[in-house]
Design a protein around this ligand. Structure first.
Ligand SMILES: Cc1cc2nc3c(=O)[nH]c(=O)nc-3n(C[C@H](O)[C@H](O)[C@H](O)COP(=O)(O)OP(=O)(O)OC[C@H]3O[C@@H](n4cnc5c(N)ncnc54)[C@H](O)[C@@H]3O)c2cc1C
Length: 442
C-alpha cells in the first residue's frame, strides 16, 4: 500500500509514523522546506507549545526514547507540579507529585526530534510542494495534485497517486472544498468565538529565577488575561502572554511588560521586567476553536481521511492540539490494524477519532464557556460542570489530591470523571472538612 500524507506538522508526522508500519511507501508532502527553526507554514510555532503528558507518552510509544532525546537536545523536563508553578484563579495550585512529566522546548525542537525519526523510517520520504486538489472519482480518492515548490514552473503540477491520502494540513485545510469539487459533501463546522490574542518572545534566563523551577503557567482569569513561561533549549524563557475577547497583548516591549504586570500572578512579569527580549515579540490571533464533523457525514470517499488541526483545532490556552493529534495517530494505527484496504477505513477512523476529540473538546469548550463574555449555548450540564470545576479550582489551591487529579485530567491522562470520584467530590464540595487529615493517595 502507498500513502500520501499532506502536511509535515506534528499530526502529519505522526500519521506518517503509523502508516510506515503498514505501507511500502509513505510520501510526506509539505510546502515549507523542512529545515530546523521557525517555519512559515506553522506561524503558531513561535508561541509557547506545552506538550501534555498524554501526548508525551504517545510520542514515547511511537518513538522510544523521545523524552530523553528531546532533553539531550536542550529541552527541560520536570515533574508537572513540583518543577513548575501553576496558578488558577490567581492562586497557586498545591505543589505535589502528579506522575506527569512536562517536556519544555520550542515547537521547532519538538517537531525536529519527531521529524528526524519519521524520515529515517524505511519507505518514508518527503516531497516539497503545495497540495492543490484531490484526484479521484465519485467513489474514491486516488491521489493529489501538487504544485512542486522546487520544480521548473513550466513543468506545472504533478500528480501523486496513493491508496490512502491523509490530510494533515492544519486548521486552514482545504479538504472541505476539495471534497466538494469531487462531488462529496463538506462536513459541518462548529466554532466558539473566543478572539484570543497571543504575544510571545524568548528572554534570557539567569540562575535563580523562579527559584530554579522550569515553568510558570498563569491561567486566564475572569478578565481573560493569562500567560506562561517555560524554560527551553539554549537556557531561555519562552514567554507567551494571552488575552481573550479582543483584549490582546501588545508586541512592543514596554506594552508587553505592562500587560504582564496585569495578569493574576507576578511571576511572569518578574521574568521580563527590565529585560530585553531576544528578538521580536510575535503576535498571533486565534478567533475560534473549530471542529469539523467528518464523523457525521453520510458519504465519505474511500482512500481519504483528515486528522490533526484539520479535523479539530482547539483553543491553544489548554495546550491540547499536539496531544490530541498524537491520540488520533494511535486511532489510525488501530484502524489500520483492523484492515488497510477496507473502503470503510475513513468512516471507522472518524468514528473512533471523534470519541478522542470529544473528551478534549468538552474540557476546553466548557472552560471557554465559563467566561461569560464567550457566546455559546450553556446547557444545564455545562453550567453545573463549570460550577463544580470552579470549586475544584479553589480546592486545588490547598488540597494536593485535588490539584494532582485536576492536572492529570487536564493532561488527558485521567478521564474527567476522575474529578467526580466520591473521595474527590467530598474534598471539592466540602473542602474544609476534607482538608488536613487527607494526604494524597495514588
Ligand atoms: C497560538 C497557538 C498556540 C498553540 N499552543 C499549543 C500548545 O501549547 N500545545 C499544543 O499541544 N498545541 C498547541 N497548539 C496547537 C498545535 O500547534 C497543533 O495542534 C499541532 O501543531 C497539530 O497541528 P497539525 O499538524 O494538524 O497542523 P500544523 O501544525 O498547522 O501543520 C500543518 C502543516 O501543513 C502544511 N500545509 C498546509 N497546507 C498545505 C498544502 N496545501 N500543501 C502542503 N503543505 C501544507 C503546513 O506548512 C504545516 O507544516 C497551538 C496553536 C496555536 C494557534
Amino acid at each position: 500500500m502507498k500513502a500520501v500524507v499532506l502536511g509535515a506538522g506534528i499530526a502529519g508526522l505522526l500519521a506518517a509514523r503509523v502508516l510506515a508500519d503498514r505501507c511500502t511507501e509513505v510520501v510526506l508532502v509539505e510546502r515549507d522546506s523542512l529545515e530546523a527553526g521557525w517555519r512559515r507554514g506553522v506561524p503558531q510555532g513561535r508561541h509557547l507549545h506545552g506538550l501534555l503528558d498524554r501526548g508525551r507518552t504517545v510520542l514515547e510509544e511511537l518513538f522510544p526514547g523521545f523524552t530523553g532525546e528531546a532533553a539531550a537536545r536542550g529541552a527541560t523536563t520536570a515533574e508537572a507540579l513540583v518543577g513548575t508553578r501553576w496558578y488558577l484563579g490567581g492562586a497557586r495550585l498545591a505543589a505535589t507529585p502528579t506522575g506527569l512529566t512536562s517536556v519544555m522546548a520550542t515547537r521547532p525542537l519538538l517537531e525536529a526530534v519527531v521529524r528526524e525519526r519519521v524520515l529515517a523510517m524505511p519507505g518514508v520520504r518527503s516531497h516539497t510542494g503545495t497540495v492543490r486538489a484531490l484526484v479521484g472519482d465519485a467513489g474514491a480518492v486516488r491521489g493529489v495534485r501538487v504544485t512542486d515548490g522546487t520544480a521548473d514552473p513550466a513543468v506545472g503540477d504533478v500528480e501523486l497517486t496513493a491508496d490512502l491520502v491523509v490530510d494533515a494540513t492544519g486548521r486552514g485545510s482545504r479538504a472541505p472544498q476539495w471534497l466538494t469539487d469531487l462531488g462529496f459533501p463538506a462536513p459541518a463546522e462548529e466554532r466558539l468565538e473566543v478572539d484570543l490574542g497571543y504575544a510571545s518572545a524568548l528572554f534570557p534566563r539567569t540562575e535563580g529565577q523562579l527559584d530554579n523551577q522550569s515553568s510558570v503557567i498563569i491561567s486566564t482569569g475572569p478578565d481573560g488575561r493569562g500567560g506562561g513561561a517555560i524554560r527551553v533549549e539554549g537556557d531561555r524563557w519562552h514567554v507567551t502572554l494571552a488575552g481573550m475577547l479582543g483584549d490582546h497583548p501588545p508586541t512592543d516591549p514596554t506594552g508587553f511588560t505592562a500587560f504582564a504586570a496585569t495578569i493574576a500572578a507576578p511571576d511572569i512579569h518578574a521574568l521580563v521586567d527590565g529585560i530585553a527580549p531576544l528578538g521580536e515579540i510575535t503576535p498571533h490571533r486565534f478567533r475560534s476553536p473549530l471542529r469539523r464533523r467528518y464523523e457525521r457525514l453520510r458519504t465519505v470517499p474511500a482512500g481519504f481521511l483528515v486528522l490533526g488541526d484539520a479535523l479539530c483545532s482547539f483553543n491553544p490556552l489548554y495546550a491540547q492540539g499536539m496531544a490530541v493529534a498524537a491520540q488520533q495517530a494511535l486511532v489510525l494505527r488501530d484502524c489500520l490494524t483492523a484492515g488497510t484496504t477496507n473502503p470503510d477505513l475513513p468512516a471507522r477512523f472518524y468514528a473512533a477519532a471523534s470519541a478522542v476529540v470529544d473528551v478534549a473538546w468538552r474540557l476546553s469548550a466548557g472552560s471557554d464557556l465559563a467566561n461569560p463574555g464567550v457566546e455559546g449555548t450553556r446547557t444545564v450540564r455545562t453550567r453545573l460542570t463549570n460550577a463544580y470545576v470552579a470549586r475544584a479550582h479553589r480546592a486545588a489551591h490547598a488540597d494536593p489530591l485535588v490539584a494532582r487529579t485536576f492536572l492529570r485530567v487536564g493532561n488527558l491522562v485521567d478521564p474527567p470523571a476522575a474529578l467526580l470520584r466520591p473521595t474527590l467530590a467530598r474534598r471539592i464540595l466540602l473542602p474544609r472538612s476534607a482538608n488536613g487529615a487527607n494526604e494524597p493517595t495514588g
